[in-house]
Write a protein that binds this ligand. Structure first.
Ligand code: FAD
Length: 402
C-alpha cells in the first residue's frame, strides 16, 4: 500500500484505476502519465454529441480538474512514455525517468490504417482523440460529401452525426453488411435501413482499391470498377492495441498485452488494463481483448481490488452501446459461439436478438429496448436454461424469468 504506482495512459482505464486506488486508501504515490494535452475526457461522445452541432461541443471530463490535486494523483500531461526499464523499474519520458514499484499500462488502442494505393496521410481523418474530433468538426459543411471507409461503430456513428449537420455521407464496407463481426444480420439490416432513410449511402461488398485526387475532389476507386467522388475522407477500419512499450520491454503479447486473471503481465511488477490487454474470460472460455468503456472500468475496479485487498474478481458480462440518430443499440455478452438465436420484435422500433448456446442465453443485442437489455444481462449472468418460446413470445413478461 506504500508502493509507488505509475500508470501510463489517462483514458477511462487509467483514470478510474487511480481513483479506485485512492478510494481504497492506497497510501503510496500515484503518477498518471498522458501523452494528450487535455484533461482526461470521455471518448464515446467524440463520434456522437461532439460532432452534432457547430461549434464543436467538448466532451465531458472524466473527473473535475481539482480531482487530481485533491486526491494526490500526479497527472503528468503532454508526456509520451517511450521506454520501460524492467530491471531498474523505471519509465522514460520527456528526457526524464520515473521509478515505479508497480507499473500499469493503460495505453488503449489506436485506429488501423489500411494499405490502399494513393492514400495520403495528410488527406484523411481518423477518430480516436479530442483533437481529431475537433479537426473533423472544423471540416463539416452542409455542401460537403464525406466518404467513410469502414462500416463499424465509428463509421456509422460518424455518418449519423454528419447527417445531423446536413453534410452528405457515404460508407464503404468490405463485408456483405455493416457491423458484420459484432451483431446479427437482423441488427445490421435495421441499422442500414435507419441510415438509408436518413440519406446515407452504404456500399457493402466494396473494397476501396485506390484513391486519387482531381482538383479538390477525392476519388475512391473500388473493386467493382466504380469511382466515388467526395470532399473529405474518413478512415474507420478498426483499432489495434497500443503494445509498442510492452513489446519493446519484452512482455508477452498475443492480440494485445497478455495478462493473467488479475491483469498482471509476464513481468510480476507490470500490469495492463483496458483496450490494450488480452485476458482470459472463464465464462466465455476465451481470451478476450475488448474495446469498451465497461471493460476499461471493470478492469480498473478489479485491479484496484487486487492491489489494495488481494481480491481476485471474475470479469463482469461484457457490454457495449452505440447511439445512431435516435436509436440506441446495447450489446451484452459475446455472441460468437452461439448455436441458436431468437429474434424478439416488440415493434418496428424495438428489437432484441437473443443468442443461446446449449439452451443458455450467452448474449443479447437490444435496439431501443433498455428493459430487455437489463433482463437479458441478468439472465446471461444467472446461466439459467430458458424456454425459447418465452423469449420469442412478445406478450410474455420476461421479468418472470428472473
Ligand atoms: P484509451 O481511452 O484509448 O486511453 C489510453 C490513453 O493512453 C490515451 O489517452 C493515449 O493517448 C494514452 N497513451 C497511449 N500510449 C501512451 C504512452 N506511451 N505514453 C503516454 N500516454 C499514452 N466504447 C463504448 O463502450 N461505447 C461507445 O459508445 C464507444 N464509443 C466510442 C467512440 C469513439 C470515437 C472512440 C474512439 C471509442 C469509443 N468507445 C466506445 C471505445 C472506448 O472509448 C474505449 O474502449 C475506452 O476509451 C478504452 O479506455 P482505455 O483507457 O483502455 O484506453
Amino acid at each position: 500500500m506504500h508502493e509507488n504506482i505509475v500508470i501510463v495512459g489517462s483514458g477511462h482505464a487509467g483514470v478510474n484505476l487511480a481513483a479506485n486506488l485512492r478510494k481504497k486508501n492506497w497510501i503510496g504515490s500515484i503518477s498518471l502519465i498522458s501523452d494528450e494535452k487535455y484533461l482526461p475526457y470521455h471518448r464515446p461522445p467524440l463520434s456522437k454529441i461532439c460532432l452534432q452541432t457547430q461549434p464543436f461541443t467538448n466532451p465531458p471530463l472524466l473527473k473535475p480538474d481539482v480531482f487530481y490535486k485533491d486526491n494526490d494523483i500526479d497527472l503528468i500531461q503532454c508526456s509520451r512514455v517511450i521506454s520501460i526499464d524492467k530491471a531498474k523499474k523505471t519509465v522514460s519520458f520527456n528526457d526524464q525517468t520515473l521509478s515505479y514499484d508497480k507499473l500499469i499500462l493503460a495505453t488503449g488502442s489506436n485506429p488501423v490504417t489500411p494499405s490502399i494505393n494513393g492514400l495520403d496521410s495528410t488527406k484523411y481523418f481518423h477518430l480516436r482523440t479530442l483533437k481529431e474530433s475537433e479537426k473533423i468538426s472544423k471540416s463539416i459543411d452542409q455542401s460537403k460529401q464525406f466518404l467513410i471507409i469502414g462500416g463499424g461503430f465509428i463509421g456509422l456513428e460518424l455518418a449519423a452525426s454528419l447527417r445531423k449537420q446536413n453534410a452528405q455521407a457515404s460508407i464503404f464496407e468490405t463485408e456483405s453488411r455493416t457491423l458484420n463481426r459484432i451483431t446479427h444480420p437482423i441488427v445490421s439490416e435495421y441499422i442500414q435501413k435507419l441510415h438509408k432513410d436518413k440519406g446515407v449511402h452504404i456500399q457493402c461488398n466494396t473494397i476501396v482499391e485506390s484513391i486519387s485526387q482531381e482538383s479538390d475532389k477525392i476519388l475512391l476507386h473500388t473493386n467493382n470498377g466504380k469511382i466515388f467522388h467526395g470532399d473529405e475522407l474518413i478512415i474507420g477500419t478498426g483499432s489495434r492495441p497500443n503494445i509498442d512499450l510492452a513489446l519493446n520491454a519484452g512482455l508477452d503479447i498475443d492480440n494485445g498485452i497478455k495478462v493473467n486473471q488479475f491483469n498482471q503481465t509476464s513481468d510480476p511488477h507490470i500490469y495492463a488494463i483496458g483496450d490494450c490487454c488480452n485476458r482470459y474470460n472463464k465464462k466465455y472460455n476465451a481470451d478476450l481483448r475488448l474495446e469498451s468503456i465497461q471493460n476499461a472500468l471493470d478492469q480498473a475496479k478489479s485491479l484496484s481490488s487486487y492491489l489494495c485487498e488481494g481480491i481476485i474478481t471474475e470479469p463482469s458480462i461484457p457490454t457495449f452501446w452505440s447511439d445512431q440518430y435516435d436509436a440506441k443499440l446495447n450489446i451484452a455478452g459475446i455472441s460468437s459461439n452461439a448455436d441458436t438465436y431468437i429474434a424478439r420484435k416488440q415493434s418496428s422500433e424495438e428489437l432484441t436478438i437473443w443468442y443461446l448456446k446449449n439452451d443458455k442465453v450467452i448474449a443479447i443485442d437490444a435496439i431501443n429496448s433498455p428493459s430487455d437489455f437489463i433482463i437479458g444481462k441478468k439472465i446471461i449472468q444467472s446461466e439459467k436454461e430458458i424456454p425459447k418460446e418465452y423469449i420469442s413470445d412478445i406478450h410474455f413478461d420476461l421479468k418472470l424469468l428472473l
